[in-house]
Write a protein that binds this ligand. Structure first.
Ligand code: HEC
Length: 395
């Protein structure tokens, strides 16, 4: 007698088979979904976690046309879109000149002065180019003690935002790279389905070779970087990639994925006294776990990174919470990427952004499901793109 296998089991089995067979995903034109978003969406829905990993692999390939930097490193950093004086940004592939201090210091320190440098923020009071204060206003601390080397000041995890070409072109076409443009909005924004955005987090290494070697051994991707410290001095050195949000608009609610290095709890701590290792309390989700194992085995340069989970449809209940321990550190318990970003909105009357803190008594509580339309009367919705908060008035 033939046994019937329940559909649920079959789909789990096929999911496993899919995860373990050699990967055949084609990175060619992945940023435009190979010009066929309908087929990509159908494949995505079979296993969102597998597609999230495929995108992560493609983003991390060396780009031969651009000095072999990783594909994502050639995305446009938000500081070159939302310029300090609100001017129109340079075309997508043109870069603003580095401040002269950066290549000079790099040269002195034996780094490659002609190479790429990630700009990890300006710490001077009042700077709009924040690279340490997270969405809740707090910063993520590094452990004060081994394996983190001693330093004069408390080390904080840094972050920055990057966008893909179609995101950038939409912002330029609609002239919303400054606040003046936002103030003139007469309808909700609607980015194209090929819009991509990233948010990345970094450990500052500076020029400490032992720390750099240790992080390399723990599978961190290392890049040249700089930031402006609170006294206005340029700091140039190496930085290690601890986390990455990757989003695109394959679905109308956007696809929300986030990756981080599995060794992060060794290096970063909570705000408790005494501090505890910073862990992720939202994942990896059950669906992400087998996919992580399979991709980590296939891609040795990404083997220490793991996908935490995927959100993509406001009508799906799970996962309700999704966070990166490096980017939503202290508010992971109230972190839904999709729900919080769905509140991105601007009031042209009051010239203010919508406030997503739903605890109006002063505590921190963020929406974990999409708020009703009536909450946004008087606002233009910004199609989930909160980085527009960085747009400056034209001066
Ligand atoms: C409580 C609100 C909130 C939550 C939860 C949240 N974000 Fe964000 N996110 C923001 C804000 C605000 C910014 C702009 C930050 C800045 O300018 O420094 C942002 C920036 C970003 C960016 C840069 C581009 C853009 O849209 O602005 C990406 C990508 C991103 N977040 C992805 C995610 C992902 C993925 C998650 C979940 C794992 C997440 N976010 C959770 C509020 C949130």
């Amino acid at each position: 007698m033939r046994r019937t296998i329940p559909i649920a089991v079959l789909s789990v089995l096929s999911g496993l088979a899919q995860a373990q067979s050699p990967n055949t995903f084609d990175c060619n034109k992945f940023l435009t979904f190979a010009d066929d978003p309908t087929t990509t969406l159908a494949t995505f829905k079979q296993s969102p976690e597998t597609m999230a990993w495929n995108w992560f692999v493609c983003l991390n390939q060396p780009d031969a046309s651009r000095n072999n930097n990783r594909v994502w490193e050639t995305f446009k950093p938000s500081d070159q879109v939302y310029l300090l004086k609100g001017a129109e940004p340079l075309p997508y592939s043109d870069h603003e000149n580095l401040p002269s201090e950066v290549p000079e210091l790099a040269q002195k320190q034996g780094m490659d002065p002609k190479g790429l440098f990630q700009f990890l923020g300006n710490d001077m009071p009042g700077s709009p180019q924040n690279g340490i204060q997270q969405v809740d206003g707090l910063a993520l601390k590094m452990r004060s003690g081994p394996p983190v080397p001693p330093s004069k000041n408390e080390q904080l995890v840094r972050f920055h935002l990057l966008m893909g070409e179609d995101t950038f072109n939409y912002i330029v076409a609609n002239k919303i790279y400054n606040r003046d443009g936002l103030a003139k909005l007469t309808s909700n924004l609607d980015f194209p389905d090929t819009a991509w955005e990233l948010k990345t987090s970094w450990f500052w290494i500076g020029t400490d070779q032992d720390f750099k070697a240790l992080l390399t051994q723990d599978g961190y991707y290392i890049s040249q970087a700089y930031y402006v410290d609170s006294t206005g001095q340029y700091q140039v050195g190496y930085a290690a990639l601890s986390g990455m949000h990757v989003i695109n608009k394959l679905t109308p609610d956007w696809v929300w994925t986030t990756f981080e290095n599995r060794n992060n709890p060794k290096y970063t701590v909570t705000n408790d006294t005494p501090p505890k290792p910073m862990t992720n309390i939202t994942g990896p989700t059950e669906a992400a776990k087998p996919v992580n194992t399979s991709f980590q085995q296939q891609y040795s340069n990404l083997a220490q990174y793991e996908l935490i989970g995927v959100q993509y449809d406001q009508n799906l209940a799970e996962p309700k919470l999704l966070a990166n321990s490096q980017l939503e550190s202290a508010f992971q318990g109230s972190s839904s990427c999709l729900a919080c970003h769905s509140t991105a909105a601007y009031s042209t009357k009051k010239n203010t952004f919508f406030s997503f803190n739903i605890d109006h008594t002063g505590g921190i509580l963020y929406p974990t499901s999409v708020l009703p339309d009536k909450d946004f009367i008087g606002y233009q919705k910004l199609d989930y793109v909160w980085s527009l908060k960085r747009a400056q008035w034209k001066r």
